[in-house]
Design a protein around this ligand. Structure first.
Ligand SMILES: *[C@@H]1O[C@H](CO)[C@@H](O)[C@H](O)[C@H]1NC(C)=O
Ligand SMILES: *[C@@H]1O[C@H](CO)[C@@H](O)[C@H](O)[C@H]1NC(C)=O
Ligand SMILES: *[C@@H]1O[C@H](CO)[C@@H](O)[C@H](O)[C@H]1NC(C)=O
Ligand SMILES: *[C@@H]1O[C@H](CO)[C@@H](O)[C@H](O)[C@H]1NC(C)=O
Ligand SMILES: *[C@@H]1O[C@H](CO)[C@@H](O)[C@H](O)[C@H]1NC(C)=O
Ligand SMILES: *[C@@H]1O[C@H](CO)[C@@H](O)[C@H](O)[C@H]1NC(C)=O
Ligand SMILES: *[C@@H]1O[C@H](CO)[C@@H](O)[C@H](O)[C@H]1NC(C)=O
Ligand SMILES: *[C@@H]1O[C@H](CO)[C@@H](O)[C@H](O)[C@H]1NC(C)=O
Length: 464
């Protein structure tokens, strides 16, 4: 089945892709839903205010900016249920991508009394939830909608919430730096450094109400007190759009919100994120998925646990390579990053199956961050090779959308394999999760996935 690749907003290239093994690769979701609210949401949000100008989506400059931001995948820690209903955020279970913030999914969370909303980036690669608060260095921006309406970002203020509390420095659950406490009752300071150069958040740990509702009937309040960072100073990519209104760490460590909810016995120790093909998604706490999902065990380690899985084989069309390596499932990273030798092996396997001319960069300062790119002319049809990752345990992970479209004035229109060479950790990023509901089952310590159409109509966003 041939279909037109859908882009976001202004970057519809008009390229026609034909995917071999799976027509879903380009049409997943679109064929069953003509239109949905997320499209409208993404359509109506023109951009973020208060952040540096982001190059137009689809250009090499755009991908370079996104790749640069991508290093925000891994917090280095604070320096130095069972049969309950699944829960979700009070403003709804839907998540969104916003063009100027790349591939990350954002959710509208509300915190405090009276509740204030924050549009936070969802990050399975780090643990702490922090909000701009008591600001010394924060983004004071907002969102501009198509209708010209401006939704200004909120800043959390301890004094303005009647349910707020400072976590004291001797708190053994939420304060990691107890050795450094000037006194037992003093504030618990935190600093998280992320892998991006000079990217960090610091401030102190507070506690307040996170407004949640039951996911199945969306009516019952399930407000919960949680600990989070009052982020006074943000640096690096946080200041230019990666997480302008807070970061929601979904990691395995004790301080993350899923850990807090499970520890309180409010949900099963699991959550799911669904990544639609249409910049829409969903998040549900306590969701353990379904019996028919595919799965693979996490590689568990006591210190700094992550959503770390093992890939044992790569399948590209009819070629199979036994290649064992570990990778982290990280929703906070736009692209997929793999180390050599696996990186080159996968790239070359892929390259040998693409029936199009490999792009050779004309300009030495080309900033296309991908190595395996192919020249394509408008309305040309190329077959996108089929890519499966075989996971430990034997289940296959079919990559629905391995390709990134790049449109460059100097270098023309390109299709690129959406993997970059890593020089550290291997990461399965957001682009490889498209089309799946991913289940982070921390109870059974495995990752589940199932092809899912995440789109639905959410009445909650109609007012935008
Ligand atoms: C977030 O949800 C609240 C209602 O809970 C709404 O007033 C606000 O406009 C929403 N913000 C965004 C960016 O959707
Ligand atoms: C730590 O802080 C949390 C949140 O304020 C509180 O519920 C808990 O009782 C505290 N624990 C200790 C040991 O102080
Ligand atoms: C922590 O310090 C506060 C203030 O000094 C004290 O009231 C509280 O009992 C201490 N908690 C623990 C768990 O030591
Ligand atoms: C980060 O900084 C190091 C050394 O300062 C530099 O070599 C590297 O290129 C930088 N990385 C990025 C992504 O900017
Ligand atoms: C998390 O908390 C549990 C129980 O409180 C403890 O056994 C475990 O070591 C903690 N894990 C980390 C990574 O701090
Ligand atoms: C992932 O798990 C493997 C196997 O246990 C381990 O060697 C590797 O260090 C882990 N990587 C990360 C980033 O946690
Ligand atoms: C690729 O993975 C999918 C599951 O995601 C599976 O149904 C299919 O059989 C696999 N194909 C090959 C050739 O391994
Ligand atoms: C998410 O919310 C919608 C309604 O807003 C509801 O129909 C759906 O069941 C919820 N949960 C999931 C997992 O989609």
């Amino acid at each position: 089945m041939a279909c037109t690749e859908h882009g976001h907003g202004s970057v519809l290239l008009g390229l026609v892709l034909l995917s071999l093994a799976a027509s879903q690769s380009c049409c997943y979701g679109l064929s069953t839903f003509g239109f949905d609210i997320h499209h409208r949401f993404s359509d109506q949000i023109k951009g973020m205010l208060g952040i540096d100008d982001v190059p137009q989506k689809g250009t090499p400059q755009y991908y370079a900016v996104m790749a640069h931001r991508d290093r925000v995948f891994r917090g280095r820690r604070l320096a130095g249920a069972d049969h309950h209903s699944p829960l979700t955020f009070a403003a709804g279970n839907d998540t969104h991508q916003i063009a100027s913030s790349g591939f990350l999914h954002f959710a509208n969370v509300s915190v405090g009394t009276p509740p204030l909303w924050f549009l936070v980036a969802l990050d399975t690669g780090s643990d702490l939830f922090w909000l701009p608060c008591d600001c010394i260095s924060c983004v004071h921006g907002g969102l501009r909608t198509r209708t010209g309406k401006i939704l200004k970002f909120n800043t959390y203020d301890l004094d303005k919430s009647s349910t707020s509390n400072e976590v004291s420095c001797n708190n053994s659950t939420f304060c990691r730096q107890r050795q450094q406490c000037p006194s037992a009752g003093s504030t618990c300071r935190y600093q998280v450094d992320y892998l991006s150069n000079d990217t960090s958040s610091r401030g102190f740990v507070v506690e307040d109400v996170l407004h949640l509702i039951t996911d199945d009937d969306q009516t019952k309040d399930a407000d919960t007190r949680i600990a989070f960072g009052c982020g006074q100073v943000q640096t690096g990519v946080f200041l230019n759009g990666a997480a302008p209104n807070g970061l929601f760490g979904l990691g395995m460590d004790n301080i993350s919100v899923p850990s807090i909810l499970a520890r309180e016995g409010l949900i099963s120790n699991s959550f799911s994120m669904c990544f639609g093909s249409d910049s829409a998604g969903r998040i549900t706490f306590g969701d353990t998925g379904s019996p028919d999902q595919r799965k693979t065990p996490f590689n568990v380690r006591k210190l700094h646990p992550t959503y770390n899985i093992t890939i044992t084989k790569i399948i590209v069309e009819d070629s199979v390579a036994d290649l064992e390596f570990h990778a982290i499932f990280d929703s906070g990273t736009s692209f997929t990053y793999i180390n050599d030798p696996a990186y080159t092996r996968i790239g070359e396997m892929y390259n040998s199956k693409v029936k199009a001319k490999r792009h050779s960069s004309q300009s030495p300062d080309s900033n296309i961050p991908f190595d395996y790119c192919y020249d394509i002319s408008i309305s040309q049809t190329i077959e996108v090779p089929f890519l499966n990752l075989t996971m430990k345990g034997g289940d296959d992970y079919y990559v629905m959308d391995p390709i990134i479209q790049v449109s460059s004035e100097e270098e023309g229109d390109l299709l690129c394999l959406g993997i970059q060479k890593s020089d550290s950790v291997n990461i399965i990023g957001q682009n490889f999760m498209t089309g799946y509901k991913i289940v982070f089952d921390r109870d059974n310590m495995n990752l589940g996935w199932k092809e899912t159409n995440c789109e639905y109509i959410s009445p909650l966003l109609n007012h935008i």
